[in-house]
Design a protein around this ligand. Structure first.
Ligand SMILES: NC(=O)c1ccc[n+]([C@@H]2O[C@H](COP(=O)([O-])OP(=O)(O)OC[C@H]3O[C@@H](n4cnc5c(N)ncnc54)[C@H](OP(=O)(O)O)[C@@H]3O)[C@@H](O)[C@H]2O)c1
Length: 339
């Protein structure tokens, strides 16, 4: 018996689909490690999700800049056991590839692919040792076909989908469930950040609900939403060239909408230095900061109260709590105070 707490680690948990997934998981009794670049946004999520018996840790990490390794190191250092990894952080960009800023395209490869591989590898090591665990890889319906004017993004998601399907097969006999989540367009900040206008489509909460239902049913893939499932099915039957041309037309129409009806988006839409508008500066220094409830100092721990088990995939083992700094947590004393 390790006596350690067991957690769901959610990347990109500061908003959008990641925040909705974190909320749904909290509702099922999971202890949470929330990660993203923006410490303030993570703190807001921690306050929003706080409930009795659940420990919520916040770790800022920039997954463009070696943050995945540092996040894993921090998790190991704190002694948190990750029984569910949700690789959700991701970004896209809209426009003609040749005119887009190369730095941004490479960031997509780094965050959407390299960090996913690294975090999955790191967390599977512990899961294999314990003989249990699950991974949700957030791909996209964009994974099912090439998408002109969003070429890099769609290709990164094709990687995530195939990677996830392969791991599903490799791990299923070891008691570890790997699932690809493929949302279609969803009303989050994603479109705005990609230069494609306001979010549209499903709600993030709806996507999260379907994701957890799929996880409990041990599905290999969840394509969220009936229309999206129909589209994904249709793609399989059409010639790839036709599908690619249709995708190009859809993207041009989105770009026109983003431009308020004017001609297609010019290349190189994304802001300076490859950051999406309004996004925080990259984390500095080590790239990883554990945020204690209520702000600095940077290293502290929460709680020791038992958490609910969920559908065979929930936290297990004694919930004695971890306390590297010697503090026992707020969760043991009732609802964590909001910050
Ligand atoms: N919205 C859609 O239509 C849609 C459809 C299909 C799939 N998806 C996928 O769903 C996932 C979540 O997207 P979303 O729609 O929720 O978008 P979002 O609202 O823009 O959220 C993106 C999340 O990723 C984090 N993130 C971005 N860059 C990061 C970096 N360098 N390091 C660490 N974290 C980073 C952001 O936090 P910080 O900015 O604080 O770091 C934020 O929490 C992505 O993988 C996306 O590809 C979205």
């Amino acid at each position: 018996m390790s006596g350690r707490r067991s957690y769901a680690l959610v990347t990109g948990a500061s908003r959008g689909i990641g925040a909705a997934l974190a909320e749904a998981l909290a509702g099922e009794g999971w202890n949470l490690i929330l990660s993203a670049r923006s410490g303030e946004d993570l703190e807001r999520q921690r306050a929003r999700l706080a409930r009795p018996g659940i420990a919520i840790q916040c770790v800022t990490a920039d997954l463009r800049a070696g943050g995945a390794a540092q996040l894993l190191e921090e998790v190991a250092r704190q002694g948190w056991e990750v029984d569910l990894l949700v690789n959700n952080a991701g970004l896209g960009s809209g426009g003609e590839f040749a005119g887009l800023e190369l730095g941004r395209e490479l960031e997509e490869v780094q965050v959407n692919i390299a960090a996913v591989v690294e975090l999955t590898h790191g967390c599977l090591a512990g899961m294999r040792g314990r003989g249990r665990g699950a991974v949700i890889q957030v791909a996209s319906t964009a994974a099912y076909q090439p998408v002109p004017y969003m070429a890099t993004y769609a290709a990164t998601k094709a990687f995530v989908l195939h990677f996830s399907l392969a791991l599903h097969e490799e791990m299923r006999k070891q008691g570890i469930h790997v699932m690809a989540l493929c949302p279609g367009p969803t009303r989050t900040n994603f479109f705005q950040a990609a230069g494609l206008g306001p979010g549209r489509g499903e709600t993030a909460e709806g996507v999260a609900r379907r994701a957890l239902a799929g996880l409990k049913a041990r599905r290999a893939v969840v394509v969220s939403g009936g229309n999206n499932r129909a589209l994904v099915a249709a793609v399989r039957w059409l010639p790839r060239r036709v599908v690619t041309q249709l995708a190009a037309r859809m993207m041009k129409s989105w770009q026109r909408t983003a431009r308020g009806g004017r001609a297609a988006l010019p290349a190189g839409k994304i802001g300076a230095k490859g950051r999406e508008p309004g996004s925080p500066e990259p984390a500095s220094g080590s790239g990883v900061v554990v945020i204690p409830k209520g702000g600095p100092p940077p290293e502290s721990e929460f709680g020791a109260a038992p958490a609910k088990r969920s559908a065979g995939l929930g936290p297990r083992g004694p919930q004695a709590g971890v306390s590297t700094s010697g503090t026992r947590g707020a969760a043991a004393q009732g609802p964590a105070p909001t910050t």
